[in-house]
Design a protein around this ligand. Structure first.
Ligand SMILES: [Zn+2]
Length: 420
């Protein structure tokens, strides 16, 4: 096949915690991003860098380098450093649907504060994907995305481009990473002697799957620093294969043309089977079960108890015992804490022993219904919720029962007899 257009997409994949604890990886992240900022500033040919689709990395970096915030924002604003759309690259099957929504809301807020969000739902390493993934993307104004595990190896799954339809009928254009995943181009050297052989192997892994003439070449790998000279790599590749074009592209730029002349294959439903293509690791759903239960308990508490009562309390207005105060900053803090615990290797339970222990301790903290940390707030929120309801409907008793099931109201005392 000739006349191809290869899009080099420099990136890194950064597991916050995996075979080492989070602090150890943060100690590596800071010099890696120091180096990246300097490369981007020094070399206009290094057009852009994909920072792994998760804004939490910027927060981790700036917690150690607050003096470089303005530089980060300048690079994000000009599109040279792509951040978001996720807050955290979470597992996508273990967290609740609401947790995935909050993850994207937090990522969008962070990215906007930094200068702009990557409008591509980048999911390079989740161990499968839910059927609502395209709907989730569209809810956030995103029309394209990237996946790897969970798809491939079955008849009809031979190409790299899909049109994945969600349960509501909306769809997203999906680029499917090759079997080598986002690491396929990590070892391409900016060295004219070694490049032809290295490129031949990478090219063979990409071109046979190409649905069109535009092909993404991800240049990066787990915890890798930025490729040292991606502009020279592009120029050398153009010499090696003069019949094709080579660009250094942002991920959103690639998707602007990815479907030109292509016919994306239709796709629907959940993606969690790719054992003849890439590790899908469905065994992680059975590991470290107590951690998963704590995560679910925290989700239920926030979704069914804290959020509804906080909304009612805020609607109630006024002061007094705390009614009417806006609890959203506190809830955002709770969600950020929870979503960080849902990082894919952490909540899947495939991180080194200290990491799940640390997440379990965090989840055992204030984000559970029985925690003492919440009791004063809970009482005030209940009081404020009661005053709101009592002002609008003839009711003197409010029962907060955050469960999925319904219950008869016959046990509620008549007006005037019971006060919550
Ligand atoms: Zn990962």
């Amino acid at each position: 096949m000739s006349g191809l257009i290869f899009h080099l997409i420099p990136h890194t994949h950064w597991d916050r915690e995996w075979y080492l604890p989070r602090a150890a990886f943060q100690a590596r992240l800071v010099p890696a991003l120091d180096d990246l900022l300097e490369r981007l500033q020094a070399d206009p040919g290094y057009r852009s860098f994909l920072l792994d689709g998760q804004t939490v990395l910027v927060a981790d970096y700036l917690s150690a380098r607050p003096d470089r915030k303005a530089e980060v924002k300048a690079l994000v604003k000009t599109g040279r450093l792509q951040v978001g759309p996720w807050y955290v690259l979470a597992d996508e099957l273990i967290p609740s649907g609401e947790a995935l929504v909050r993850n994207l809301l937090l990522g969008a807020a962070d990215a906007e504060r930094l200068g702009g969000r990557l409008d591509v739902l980048y999911s390079p390493d989740a161990f499968g994907h839910p059927a609502v993934w395209p709907t989730l993307a569209r809810e956030f104004g995103i029309r394209a995305g990237v996946v790897w595990r969970g798809l491939g190896g079955e008849p009809g799954q031979e190409r790299d481009l899909y049109r994945w339809r969600g349960p509501d009928g909306r769809d997203a254009l999906v680029w499917h990473l090759p079997p080598a995943g986002y690491e396929i181009g990590a070892a391409l050297p900016a060295d004219g002697d070694r490049l032809p052989a290295a490129w031949a192997a990478v090219r063979a892994g990409l071109v046979g799957r190409a649905a069109g003439k535009h092909i993404a070449v991800f240049v990066g790998a787990d915890h890798h620093a930025a490729h040292p000279d991606v502009a020279r790599l592009r120029d050398l590749l153009a010499e090696v294969e003069p019949q094709s074009a080579f660009r250094v592209s942002r991920l959103d730029e690639f998707f602007q043309t990815a479907a030109d002349g292509a016919n994306p294959a239709p796709l629907a439903g959940e993606l969690r089977w790719s054992y003849r293509y890439a590790w899908t690791l469905q065994g992680v759903h059975a590991t470290r079960a107590p951690l998963k239960r704590r995560s679910s308990a925290a989700e239920l508490f926030l979704e069914r108890f804290a959020e509804p009562l906080a909304a009612l309390a805020r609607r109630g207005g006024g002061g007094g015992t705390g009614g009417g105060r806006d609890r959203r900053p506190l809830l955002e803090l709770a969600w950020r804490t929870l979503v960080r615990c849902q990082f894919h290797d952490a909540i899947a339970g495939c991180a080194s022993d200290p990491s799940p222990g640390a997440r379990a301790t965090t989840l055992r903290g204030p984000w559970t219904p029985g925690s003492r940390a919440w009791r004063p707030s809970r009482a005030r929120w209940c009081a404020a919720a009661c005053s709101t309801w009592c002002a609008t409907i003839p009711m003197r008793c409010v029962i907060a029962r955050p469960t999925r099931s319904t219950r008869s109201c016959s046990g509620i005392p008549p007006p005037g007899r019971g006060v919550a």
